[in-house]
Every structure is written in C-alpha cells, then in structure tokens.
Design a protein around this ligand. Structure first.
Ligand SMILES: C[S@@+](CC[C@H](N)C(=O)[O-])C[C@H]1O[C@@H](n2cnc3c(N)ncnc32)[C@H](O)[C@@H]1O
Length: 266
C-alpha cells in the first residue's frame, strides 16, 4: 500500500499521519492482509466496503490499533509516581482515591500501578482505599486484561529475580499470571475515550500512548477535554513519555520536573 492510500485510511478514522510514523510499516501489513481476506483488489474497493459495513469498519479499526504495552513501560515515570505524585496524593488524607486507566490495552499499566500502590502501602500507617476503572475500546483486550496472563514480551522492565513477587510463573518461565492480590478492586469495562468516562472525580488518570499519539489534533482536543473533565481539581493526568498535551489546554499545569505529569487547576 502506498502512502497516499494509507493516508486516506487514516483520515477515515481521524488518525494522525505523524502519530503513525513509527508503526506505519506493521499497520500497513495488517491492512494488506485484511484486504486480501476480503478479496479487495485495491484501496478504493476496500474503502467502499468499509463505508457499507460497520462490522468491517470496526475490524479495520482493530487492525489499525497499536496495542503494544508492557509492565512499567517508561521506567522513570513509575519511579516518579512512586516518589513524588502518589505520596502527594496519599498525603491529602482522602479516604478513597480514584484512578482511571484510559486505553489500558491488556492491563499491564493497571497492574503496574497496583504493584506500586501495594509497595507504597508499607510506608504508611494510614492508607487510602483505591478504586480503579480500567477501560479500552476493544473487548478482547479487556478480557485479556481481566485474565492477567502475560508472555515474556510484557516483562522487559521487570528484573528476572523480581518476577516471582508479582506473578505465578508457568510453562518453564514463559507464562506469567499476575497474582490474585493485584487483581482486586479493578473495574474493567469496554469503553471509548470519546464516550462518557467511567465515572467522575478521578484523582489520577493515565492517558498514555493512545489519544495523544494516534489521533488528529482536533479530535485529540475533544477527547482530552472529556478526560480532563473527569479529574478532580488538583487531580493528575499522566501521559506517555513522548507525549504532551496541546498548549491550548489551559487548565492543566505540567509538573516542574516530571514532564509526563500534569495537574489540573483548582
Ligand atoms: C499502545 S496501547 C497503550 C496501553 C497503555 N496505556 C500503555 O501506555 O502502555 C493503546 C491502547 O489504547 C486503546 N485506544 C485507542 N484509542 C482508543 C479510544 N478511542 N478509546 C478507548 N481506547 C482506545 C487501544 O485499543 C490500545 O489498547
């Protein structure tokens, strides 16, 4: 598929040409396979088919989705959370803190949070309850996240000797089942970032490596406004290490030393 045709496809979903730069090759291959399965001789026939069938359009969107994740992706971010952002949240002395992982893929981000949270608990006499909403637009990712079974590719950031703390290791070290204790208190739901959020008054929202990378600017701003609205005043928005929120969003302030953490104005 040439770049012009790929651009047409991206435009149809409001996806960004620049955002897809690094993953273009792999996504093009998946689309070529989809076209072949449907016996489409060219992109025009394919686009016509997508226009006629919501189901095929959905399947194409799935093929366009980048879902790669891993535990403690952007290691420094998790260190910053553990040392700075989460202690500040805990020190507000709220009884319950609310967390939303928006576009959580197969759950690595959510369980990474749970692991850090449990580790922090040991340092405090009084510790808040936690409520976690985890959402993704693709039902099978949510199912996988709920099951909590991973392969080595999700483990890169976790040293070999630490893996047994968090996972039951099976199949001679090739399968990692998240321990039951980390599965508690997570509400997994299928939900699009552009639909209603899974609640309101979140103290911290993770919005990493999805809306801000893969969508066109105008759509990005629309989705972002919805997400920010679901934060409490003073609440935190955590983005990916290569992401930043558009300058036009004026009610969020970037942390002075943690570039991927933004705080909502009071
Ligand atoms: C690259 S993964 C990122 C996972 C995790 N947040 C991380 O940073 O490791 C992107 C995920 O966002 C989800 N996603 C993309 N657009 C979405 C939307 N509009 N609504 C809900 N989920 C979306 C995709 O289905 C995919 O699972």
């Amino acid at each position: 598929m040439d770049d012009d045709h790929f651009r047409q496809l991206l435009d149809g979903f409001n996806f960004s040409w620049v955002g897809y730069r690094k993953v273009r090759k792999g996504v093009k291959k998946r689309i070529a396979r989809h076209m072949q399965e449907l016996n489409c001789p060219n992109i025009k026939v394919y686009l016509d088919l997508l226009n006629k069938s919501a189901e095929l359009r959905q399947e194409c969107e799935k093929q366009m989705t980048v879902s790669i994740s891993r535990f403690f992706r952007d290691r420094q971010l998790w260190r910053d959370l553990e040392k700075d952002v989460l202690p500040r949240m805990i020190e507000t002395e709220k009884k319950t803190l609310r967390v939303w992982s928006a576009g959580c893929a197969r759950g690595e981000e959510v369980y990474s949070f749970k692991i850090v949270w449990d580790r922090l608990k040991e340092n405090y006499a009084q510790f808040p309850e936690i409520e976690i909403a985890a959402t993704d637009m693709h039902p099978d990712y949510i199912e996988k996240a709920r099951a909590g079974i991973y392969s080595k590719s999700s483990m890169k950031e976790i040293p070999l000797e630490a893996r047994g703390h968090y996972f039951d290791i099976k199949k001679s070290g090739n399968r990692f089942d998240i321990k039951a204790v980390y599965k508690q208190g997570i509400d997994w739901t299928v939900r699009d970032i552009f639909s209603n959020p899974p609640g309101s008054e979140f103290d911290i929202i993770f919005l990493r490596n999805n809306l801000l990378t893969y969508y066109k600017e105008h759509i990005k701003a629309e989705g972002l406004k919805r997400v920010i609205k679901a934060l409490v005043p003073d609440g935190w928005l955590i983005v990916g290490s290569h992401e930043k929120i558009p300058a036009a969003i004026s009610n969020m302030q970037r942390h002075n030393s943690i570039p991927w953490a933004y705080r909502k104005d009071v």
